[in-house]
Write a protein that binds this ligand. Structure first.
Ligand SMILES: Nc1ncnc2c1ncn2[C@@H]1O[C@H](COP(=O)(O)OP(=O)(O)OP(=O)(O)O)[C@@H](O)[C@H]1O
Ligand SMILES: [Mg+2]
Length: 281
């Protein structure tokens, strides 16, 4: 299986074979976590998080409820943590990304990630964007792809005359858009963003939010945010996680997930109502 993942191809975007299409063809990712451990610690349990194609899904919930953990499990980023153990499945376009023959590096090419702190590499703006393409031995026109990615990330006009400058010389907001350009240069299908605006000022935050809405035309996006207004501004669907302390542990789980408007205006669960009205954080 796994033409999309297992085969190391020089193409940067490949399609899964027809036979591997998801049962629900509207989903980019179907994530079902039964149990997710760090060592003996049960960090997340019983969370079904289906992510529809072309939508922005917001993950909200109190600190420590597992938002980042769940997000990172969507592109096998948690594999970098030795104690991580996952029971469940994550189907990407119908294929289980945790299947034994799947190369996590290839998964991350299809499902890219942008982190909380802008983290450009200490190299030129151009090389930052070209990084993933070179890693994947991209054979096409590199200049064109770099320009395209910077344009898509709404950064081209600001950097086109200084592509050789170090990425770290940019402002925080520009650095985050550079990281977005780097993430989309390899044309992933899904973009994961873990609190991408938390280190940015309100103006830079708005720019990144506008960018997300623009990118939604081509990408499926999952974003963790602590900012309730941000979730309401950008997310089509919101997933609310909380922490279960009843067994003496601190295990995160999905409380409910639905259209953002419903979650904020008419939540099914009392706990959601309490959280969005600020009764706990
Ligand atoms: N690398 C790790 N090793 C061990 N435990 C971890 C690791 N990363 C996270 N955890 C634990 O897993 C739980 C979920 O953490 P996670 O970072 O996913 O929460 P979060 O909802 O993103 O929180 P925050 O809003 O503070 O970012 C926490 O109890 C945390 O301490
Ligand atoms: Mg987090």
């Amino acid at each position: 299986m796994s033409a999309a993942f297992a085969v190391k191809s020089t193409e940067t975007r490949s399609s899964p074979p027809p036979a591997a299409q998801a049962a629900r063809s509207d989903l980019a990712i179907d994530c079902k976590i039964d149990k997710l451990f760090y060592g003996d610690f049960l960090a997340v349990r019983d969370s079904h998080v289906p992510i529809e194609k072309g939508k922005i899904v917001g993950f909200i919930g109190p600190s420590g409820c597992g938002k980042s953990t769940v997000l990172r499990s969507l592109n096998r980023m948690n594999d970098l943590i030795p104690s991580f153990r996952f029971e469940g499945h994550v189907h990407f376009m119908g294929q289980d990304i945790y299947a034994r023959n799947v190369d996590p590096v290839v998964v991350r090419r299809h499902i890219g990630m942008v982190f909380q702190q802008p983290n450009p590499f200490s190299m030129s703006i151009y090389d930052n964007v070209a990084f993933g393409l070179r890693l994947n031995r991209f054979k096409g026109n590199l200049d064109e792809r770099v320009e395209h990615a910077l344009r898509r990330a709404a950064l081209w006009d600001e950097v086109k005359d200084k592509l050789k400058n170090n990425g770290l010389s940019l402002s925080g907001g520009q650095q985050q858009r550079l990281c977005i350009a780097r993430a989309i240069a390899t044309e992933p299908t899904v973009l994961l963003m873990d609190e991408p605006c938390s280190a940015l000022d309100p103006i830079a935050t708005r720019r990144v939010e506008e960018l997300m809405l623009e990118l939604k035309k081509d990408y499926t996006i999952a974003i963790v945010t602590h900012n309730m207004q941000q979730a309401q501004r950008v997310a089509d669907v919101t997933a609310f996680f909380s922490v279960d302390i009843s067994q003496g542990g601190r295990t995160g789980y999905l409380v409910e997930m639905g259209p953002t408007e419903q979650i904020f205006n008419d939540p099914r669960e009392q706990l959601t109502k309490q959280y969005i009205s600020g009764q706990f954080s």
